[in-house]
Design a protein. Structure first.
Length: 89
């Protein structure tokens, strides 16, 4: 289990939104390690749109890292399903 946690710590995924105008990188501990926002996504008259794009990119990254965590857990447990919510998944 400790080995799997260490592997997940080094996993990084990128979530995107707005056709790639906003991207967020998170690691296996659900920590944001990078944010990129293209200038086209920034409209001072529509900050709400940028907020939505950032939220959507983070949501995309969260789904991707949780999928990776499930894959790792499946390897560890030999494919045995674990209860929903275990380890934050």
């Amino acid at each position: 289990m400790g080995e799997m946690q260490e592997r997940m710590r080094s996993q990084v995924v990128t979530g995107t939104s707005g056709g790639g105008m906003v991207s967020i990188e998170i690691n296996g501990q659900m920590e944001i390690i990078g944010v990129k926002i293209s200038p086209e996504a920034v409209d001072p008259d529509d900050i709400g749109m940028l907020e939505d794009l950032v939220f959507a990119a983070f949501s995309d990254a969260s789904v991707k890292i949780k999928d990776k965590m499930k894959e790792e857990m499946s390897k560890l447990t030999g494919g045995m399903d674990l209860p929903p919510g275990l380890f934050g998944m």
